[in-house]
Design a binder for this molecule. Structure first.
Ligand SMILES: CC(C)(COP(=O)(O)OP(=O)(O)OC[C@H]1O[C@@H](n2cnc3c(N)ncnc32)[C@H](O[C@H]2O[C@H](COP(=O)(O)OP(=O)(O)OP(=O)(O)O)[C@@H](O)[C@H]2O)[C@@H]1O)[C@@H](O)C(=O)NCCC(=O)NCCS
Ligand SMILES: Nc1ncnc2[nH]cnc12
Length: 289
């Protein structure tokens, strides 16, 4: 019973983080409450339906890993649950790719938290997720993806490597940026700052696939200008620029959702603010269930 309740809570928080991400507005090139960004086939209701459809996937990933050390068998079962989750996602979105990256990144974090029975330690949650991501899964389909094509063309790491390296862009950029920004800005602005810092630093295979190296560099350069001159009206202008060039930072959106997920489930935000400082390296919490 305890296992079920903890895993349900993990899945609840994972879905909530996906909803929190899509509702955050204005996001450059991405679906939000104002527009569908650089996407003809997406809408906010599609994104939200997709998020809810993944509850069972995240729950199963957590149940699989509960209080267990990762093994190749667990990694293969994790992959099977993820591929099934992708199928369910494509069924509710009429074949739009809404959350493929999130199934992977947030799914690994769900597993990592369940492995410790709901305890979230930093940076252990990321290294635990990486341990599972580094195990082989012989059943991964060999088909080419947008990510694998651009990784091959440009020789850059993508979603797989981000997880295998213990989410360096969350650890180094979005998490500390959010926690620091939240002390001087509104929560909405802090989340948007975390998204911008991800766009500036990540090699987002969605941006590369859409716009090539020029598109990726343009997106990074313009996001960087905004970090030093942050305002909601400038963000709306950035949104227009990305839409005009049909650029969408989908990988950064996924990593923002993953960041919000670990912040919310660990309770780090509440305690960080209470103590008036960022406590990234000392925080730990078993959440109530
Ligand atoms: C390891 C996998 C994640 C597969 O990775 P791969 O790179 O091979 O595959 P992609 O299909 O390209 O998916 C990767 C998605 O990860 C997000 N992402 C991109 N860059 C990064 C990064 N640097 N770090 C972290 N995450 C990143 C991104 O997801 C978001 O964008 C999606 C929209 O993408 P796309 O369809 O390309 O968008 P469009 O431009 O709109 O496409 P077109 O219409 O133009 O064609 C959206 O879903 C967001 O989530 C990347 O898309 C893992 O999935 C895997 O192992 N796959 C094998 C099958 C499997 O076993 N699955 C179960 C795993 S649990
Ligand atoms: N808000 C969003 N818009 C478009 N693609 C996304 N992938 C993940 N979140 C997204």
């Amino acid at each position: 019973m305890k296992q079920h309740l903890i895993c349900k809570r993990i899945a609840d928080e994972a879905v909530a983080a996906l909803i929190e991400e899509v509702q955050l507005t204005p996001k450059p090139g991405l679906v939000d409450t104002e527009n569908n960004g650089a996407h003809n086939d997406l809408s906010i209701s599609k994104m939200q339906n997709s998020a809810h459809s993944l509850h069972n996937t995240f729950y199963q990933m957590a149940m699989l890993s509960f209080n267990r050390q990762p093994t190749v068998e667990i990694r293969e079962q994790f992959g099977a649950i993820g591929r099934n989750g992708e199928k369910e996602m494509f069924a509710v979105t009429e074949n739009s790719n809404t959350h493929k990256g999130a199934i992977w990144s947030i799914g690994l974090l769900c597993s990592a938290i369940a492995r410790r029975q709901g305890e979230v330690l930093f940076p252990q949650v990321f290294t635990d997720a990486a341990e599972l991501a580094n195990l082989p899964d012989q059943y991964i389909p060999k088909s080419k993806t947008n990510g694998s094509k651009v990784k091959e063309n440009y020789g850059i790491p993508g979603a797989r490597e981000e997880a295998q390296q213990a989410f360096p862009h969350i650890q180094k950029y979005s998490l500390p940026t959010f926690l620091q920004a939240a002390q001087i800005m509104s929560l909405r602005e802090a989340k948007l700052s975390a998204l911008l810092v991800l766009i500036v630093n990540l090699n987002d295979t969605c941006l590369l696939h859409r716009g090539g190296l020029d598109g990726l560099m343009f997106a990074k350069r313009e996001a960087k200008k905004l970090l030093s001159n942050f305002s909601i009206s400038n963000l709306k202008k950035l949104d227009d620029m990305y839409i005009k060039r049909w650029l969408s930072p989908g990988g950064s959106a996924d990593l923002l959702a993953a960041t919000l997920f670990v912040i919310n489930i660990s309770g780090i935000m509440k305690r960080g603010v209470q103590h008036g400082k960022v406590e990234l390296h000392v925080s730990s919490k078993s959440f109530d269930y």
